[in-house]
Ligand binder design. Structure first.
Ligand SMILES: [Zn+2]
Length: 378
């Protein structure tokens, strides 16, 4: 049997090989069922079959390899990317699943490469995993894309009764593990998030003839509020709040802003904390809620099992929260789900500079092997 380090090198090499399958030469861009996904499926299928898996592509374009019979653990992540991406977000989790099956685990395993998670092509994220748990909404463009890829959107994409739990390996995509100098983190919960549009009304007028004291400048009001957003978020441990978009009307250099629309994205692992802070931030401003996604706790027993495996393989146990959404969040609605984060060097992700350390991949493979050795279907 190859060592974890040898397998880790091969896993990273496979990620880099898949990164060559792209819509844009010189950049890694691979959206939902775009042409290069055919090459990705060919390679993934080859590796899965060599590892002893039976492979199929379901009606949502998810590639699924099954090892062994009966009740099983699903290991997976997504194969699509953001534009000008790195080579490891999502892809690493699928390659980890294949590497773990290559070690011939004592339990049945299904490895899945989800067709879509990022929401780039249709503005609809989690197409692959939502189809699997039965919450994908009908969308003609998506169905057409599935047909154009040579698949039938009516074909079964369901999870199936035999899948009893879900495990996802993913790069952290943030600086926390890197700063703490830790290779791995056990995810306890995926944050909930709320998005709002906030409006500030003022009075547009001539920038030269209107004295400062008589102005009602909507952008000045918005700027003061953005300062308050930061201050309030800093005072609440674990909370992040971001104003990422501003629309200024009429938006001319020589006109006092008469109206401003700002976005607010606010996240926390505890929905009550998020709601409480949102109320404080939004007090006295005109706002509309655009979306709301509750926090998703990971399965306590699986978190415990992951922590035990991390400890047993000689690593320090660090429990953490995921600030980004992942397929595990979708699967958690149907089966016990858990995630293991691998350090992101420099905290860089969604960027060509995204990377992962081979030694960290080896450590994660050791943890996964340990977990599979002890795993029994519920
Ligand atoms: Zn991802």
């Amino acid at each position: 049997m190859r060592t974890f380090l040898q397998q880790a090198r091969e896993t990273v090499r496979r990620c880099r090989r898949l990164a060559e399958c792209t819509e844009e030469p010189g950049r890694i861009t691979r959206t939902f069922l775009s042409a290069p996904m055919h090459d990705v499926h060919t390679l993934v299928r080859t590796w899965m079959e060599a590892a002893g898996m039976t492979v199929r592509v379901d009606g949502a374009g998810n590639i699924r390899g099954t090892y062994g019979e009966g009740p099983r653990l699903m290991i997976g992540s997504h194969l699509d990317t953001v534009p000008d991406a790195g080579g490891f977000d999502g892809i690493l989790g699928v390659m980890m699943g294949i590497a773990l099956v290559e070690r011939r685990p004592p339990c049945s395993v299904e490895v899945v490469g989800f067709s879509e998670e990022e929401g780039v092509r249709f503005g609809v994220p989690f197409i692959g995993s939502r189809a699997m748990v039965g919450t994908r909404e009908f969308h003609k463009g998506i169905d057409d894309a599935i047909r154009a890829f040579g698949l039938n959107p009516r074909d079964d994409a369901g999870l199936g009764d035999d899948v009893r739990a879900y495990l996802e390996f993913h790069i952290e995509q943030g600086p926390v593990l890197d700063r703490k100098n830790l290779p791995l983190g056990v995810v306890e919960a995926i944050v909930g998030q709320s998005r709002y549009t906030v409006r500030f009304a003022g009075e547009a007028n001539h920038a030269g003839t209107t004295p400062m004291k008589t102005r009602a400048d909507a952008l000045v009001a918005a700027a003061e509020w953005i300062g308050l957003v930061r201050k309030t978020a800093l005072a609440e441990p674990g909370l992040v709040a971001t104003v990422g978009q501003l629309r200024v009307y009429p938006g001319a250099v020589n006109v006092i802003p008469g109206a401003v629309e700002a976005s607010l994205d606010i996240r926390h692992a505890d929905d009550r904390v998020r709601d409480r802070v949102a109320r404080r931030i939004l007090k006295g401003v005109e706002c509309a809620e655009r979306s709301k996604q509750p926090a998703t706790p990971m399965d306590p027993a699986m978190v415990q099992a992951l922590c035990a495996a991390v400890k047993a393989t000689g690593n320090r146990v660090h429990r953490m929260v995921s600030g980004a959404g992942h397929d595990a969040m979708i699967l958690a609605a149907k089966v016990p789900a858990a995630m293991l984060f691998l350090r992101s060097p420099g905290g860089i992700s969604h960027h060509p500079g995204e990377s992962v350390r081979v030694e960290d991949v080896a450590a994660a493979l050791a943890v996964g092997t340990r977990l599979l050795d002890d795993w029994r279907p519920a």
